[in-house]
Design a protein around this ligand. Structure first.
Ligand SMILES: NC(=O)c1ccc[n+]([C@@H]2O[C@H](COP(=O)([O-])OP(=O)(O)OC[C@H]3O[C@@H](n4cnc5c(N)ncnc54)[C@H](O)[C@@H]3O)[C@@H](O)[C@H]2O)c1
Ligand SMILES: [Zn+2]
Length: 389
């Protein structure tokens, strides 16, 4: 029988909108209500990061008051659920089952909302739970860390870690809305305030030299966490991430390239090897420092540019070296280097690592030289121990 093919191109338009606001649950602030505006009665399940509630003890009551004024068209599915945040939120299926249970108990449907407020880890898990209940209950993200507002909360990826592997189980599912309330950031510990800067340096390095220079100019106010500089950097970083997702031609990462994961092959492995005691932000700073130094040693990136990037990371308060980076000799057997194969496996297809040719200009390679990785680590250790380098 002759082969017959039925073929169509499926196109789905999705509005990606990130709104920046202050005091999101003030009675006079209708940003969230407008994001939920729709016809017919709706239910919303609210999931809150315990770390946020500890710093904002009145938050659950304020949210209940906010919904009460919305009238019967928008009902809360019970009181806000407070769950532990941080990496442990996405290190097992526990939270996913809990959220599925709440969606089931309240009869939430695909026109209902799961509204999650918290750090990137909680948002990754809540987004995964929402996307997999009824094949997709609408999820609304309220990111509360610099990293989540600048990067993880604005994208299309959701997931959890399984089998000790970062983001092993997950889905690409765009959120219904993302609302960044800058007021949440004030209560972050310094370490968490800083964490988001690294994703800004990352996207500047691969995409936007003038943004890199802007971060350099503001380095002192960023290092001392001045709100105005932080907000400006977050907004530009979020805009660059969204532009890449929307205009980069591969929103669901079907190809092998993932430029926004510059520095992440080593970062994900360091998180795993440290049993997540190294945070994502610190791990990305280490991973980026490694790929910057490696780019220099392989003759891709001019030495002056490499020095400039490493100096900026240091001035922002990041470490350039951690003992877990050390490669044994021969380096091929080192646990860090298993991260290369795990990264390839996660992406699928050919190993593709983004390096740098210049500040603002990435370069993809498909092979990594393990000897050069080992000597880059040695150089980072030396730099970390050299004051003023
Ligand atoms: N989906 C993506 O595209 C993507 C991209 C980058 C990173 N990520 C993921 O994001 C996670 C890291 O997220 P993160 O850096 O936001 O850290 P996090 O979610 O681990 O939160 C850090 C800590 O801050 C607390 N916290 C959150 N908001 C607070 C606030 N306003 N005040 C006080 N404490 C607060 C949390 O309870 C937690 O203890 C990693 O799991 C990483 O893999 C996802
Ligand atoms: Zn990241």
């Amino acid at each position: 029988m002759a082969v017959r093919v039925i073929e169509h191109t499926l196109r789905v338009d999705w509005k990606m909108r990130v709104t920046f606001t202050r005091d999101i649950f003030a009675a006079s602030n209708d940003t969230l209500l407008r994001a939920l505006a729709d016809t017919g009665p709706r239910q919303a399940l609210v999931v809150l990061d315990q770390g946020v509630v500890q710093s904002h003890p009145g938050l659950p009551a304020r949210i209940e008051g906010y919904f009460a004024q919305a009238g019967p068209a928008l009902r809360m599915a019970g009181a806000p659920r407070i769950v532990p945040g941080g990496e442990s939120a996405k290190n097992s299926l526990k939270l996913i089952r809990q959220i599925h249970g709440w969606i089931h108990d309240h009869g939430l449907d695909r026109h209902s909302y799961v509204i999650a407020a918290g750090g990137g880890a909680l948002l990754d898990a809540a987004g995964f739970a929402a996307a997999t209940a009824h094949r997709g209950v609408r999820h609304v993200r309220l990111p509360t860390t610099t990293l989540a507002q600048a990067d993880s909360g604005v994208g299309v990826k959701n997931g959890i870690n399984l089998f000790g592997k970062k983001n092993f189980a997950g889905v690409f599912a765009p959120p219904h809305a993302v609302i960044n309330d800058f007021d949440f950031l004030a209560t972050l510990p310094p370490e968490e305030k800083r964490a988001g800067y690294v994703e800004a340096v990352k996207v500047a390095c691969i995409r936007d030299r003038s943004f890199f220079e802007n971060i350099e100019r503001q380095v002192d106010s960023l290092a001392s966490f001045q709100a105005e500089s932080m907000h400006e950097i977050i907004m530009r970083c979020a805009a660059l991430h969204l532009e890449h997702i929307v205009r980069g031609g591969d929103p669901f990462e079907n190809g092998s390239a993932r430029p926004l994961d510059f520095g992440h092959w080593a970062a994900h492995k360091l998180e795993q090897l440290s049993r997540f005691s190294i945070s994502h932000g610190n791990a990305v700073a280490l991973g980026m420092a490694l790929d910057v130094e490696y780019s220099r040693q392989k003759g891709l990136l001019p030495a002056a540019s490499a020095r400039r990037i490493l100096r900026l990371l240091k001035k922002l308060g990041f470490k350039l070296f951690h003992p877990l980076l050390r490669c044994q000799s021969p380096p091929a057997g080192s646990p860090l280097l298993q991260g290369l194969e795990e990264f390839r496996e996660h992406l699928g297809g050919e190993l593709t690592i983004t390096l740098l040719r210049e500040i603002g200009l990435g370069e993809e390679v498909h092979e990594m030289d393990t000897e050069a990785i080992a000597s880059s680590v040695l150089e980072l250790e030396r730099l970390e121990q050299t004051p003023g380098s």
